[in-house]
Design a protein around this ligand. Structure first.
Ligand SMILES: [Zn+2]
Length: 88
């Protein structure tokens, strides 16, 4: 994947499942006057999606593809999925 800088949290995203953090805008009596740090909504969503895609790829590993899925095509699956799964 191509490294990018998240427009919301300004974090440099350099790996598939990486995401940044932002300050929660809610601040006051409801947070006990503490400022909370939350996962960045912009890039954490993508990180979760990538992590999920990775898990699916792992679950569907070569020997466990159900018969009804044999006709499915995975042409759009990135070539680096396996390496990423091994490294994780
Ligand atoms: Zn972000």
């Amino acid at each position: 994947m191509k490294p990018f800088t998240c427009p919301t949290c300004k974090m440099d995203i350099v790996s598939e499942t990486m995401h940044g953090w932002v300050r929660d805008r809610n601040f006051g009596i409801e947070t006990g006057w503490k400022q909370h740090i939350i996962t960045c909504p912009t890039c954490s969503e993508q990180a979760n999606a990538r992590r999920m895609a990775e898990n699916i790829a792992r679950l569907m590993g070569k020997s466990h593809i159900p018969p009804r899925m044999q006709d499915w095509h995975f042409g759009s699956t990135p070539g680096d999925v396996d390496q990423t799964a091994i490294a994780a």
